[in-house]
Design a protein around this ligand. Structure first.
Ligand code: PSU
Ligand code: MN
Length: 279
């Protein structure tokens, strides 16, 4: 199963990032699957990183954040780049991998009516047959709009042991889910039923809520402050998500970091169990 690298380079602070990346790979193995962390190193696509490559992604300050559209450029220029959900899904599919764990999905940003800022993650889910296990959409986003876009793009969403759409740092974003699955086996069955439905071009979201969520009051306050700071500092485009995650990490006394790490580990474990069940 696939793991992304933007979480490592742009989503978690150093040196925690390398520790988490290493632990996540171990968790996948403990659950009976094989991890393939995906990244571009010196212009070469890597599906599975050895220790030094993982170290490079975690510590090099020259790692760019690559979505699908960046891939030809970073390859031709022999750059090193971490891959987002979209780029990781694309590469995973080319390598024959169908299951992928991340932290939180990208989606429609707040204020998108004006900025048109909508993550390419949504389009990758619609166009690439890879299952993405996440803790819902990142709570920094416009979650209602993100769910509407996922519906328009015909991307199935299944809650893992929940009927609430998880809110990344929060276990419940406040939005209901129509469908839940209570075991990795049930998710594997849904995944394979796509073939009976003749739906083989698109992905699926498995939404796995965090168990020990962030204090909702602290979350709401930090989010409001972070969004105001992003506006004040004119943060735009692909810098928005890393900026807001960093804002949370440096303004919540380690709480957002604790939750983000729990999310990544728990999603990796579940994705590994689904991969085993899907064999
Ligand atoms: N989940 C996390 N941390 C992250 C991300 C997801 O816990 O850093 C990354 C993923 O790589 C996702 C990206 O694809 O954030 C979304 O960025 P944007 O909003 O610019 O599309
Ligand atoms: Mn964007």
């Amino acid at each position: 199963m696939a793991l992304e690298s933007t979480i490592i380079s742009h989503g978690l602070p150093r040196p925690t990032n390398i520790e988490v990346a290493t632990q996540v790979e171990a968790i996948v193995r403990e659950n009976g699957a094989t991890p393939a962390t995906i990244a571009v190193i010196d212009g070469a696509i890597h599906v599975g990183l050895n220790e030094s490559a993982l170290q490079r992604i975690a510590t090099d300050t020259n790692i760019s954040k690559a979505s699908i559209r960046d891939l030809p450029i970073v390859i031709a220029k022999k750059m090193s780049a971490a891959t987002t959900v979209a780029a990781t899904s694309h590469i995973a599919h080319s390598a024959g991998i169908a299951i992928f764990a991340t932290g939180g999905l990208g989606g429609v940003h707040r204020g998108a009516q004006e900025t048109w800022d909508e993550s390419a993650d949504l389009h990758s889910l619609a166009n690439i047959p890879v299952m993405v296990v996440s803790a819902g959409a990142k709570s920094i986003l416009d979650v209602a709009a993100t769910l509407e876009r996922l519906e328009t793009l015909s991307v199935p969403i299944v809650g893992f042991q929940t009927n609430k759409f998880p809110g990344f740092y929060l276990s419940d974003s406040g939005f209901e889910l129509e469908y839940r699955a209570d075991s990795p086996e049930e998710i594997a069955k849904i995944w394979s039923a796509r073939h009976q439905a003749r739906i083989t071009h698109s992905g699926m979201v498995v939404a796995n809520p965090v168990v020990r969520q962030m204090d909702p009051v602290l979350h709401a306050q930090t989010l409001a402050d972070g969004l105001a700071a992003a506006e004040r500092e004119h943060i735009k485009g692909k810098a928005v998500t890393p900026f807001l995650l960093e804002y949370f990490h440096s303004h919540t006394n380690g709480e957002s970091l604790r939750v983000n790490i729990e999310i990544i580990k728990s999603n990796a474990a579940l994705a590994a169990q689904i991969a085993v069940a899907a064999q």
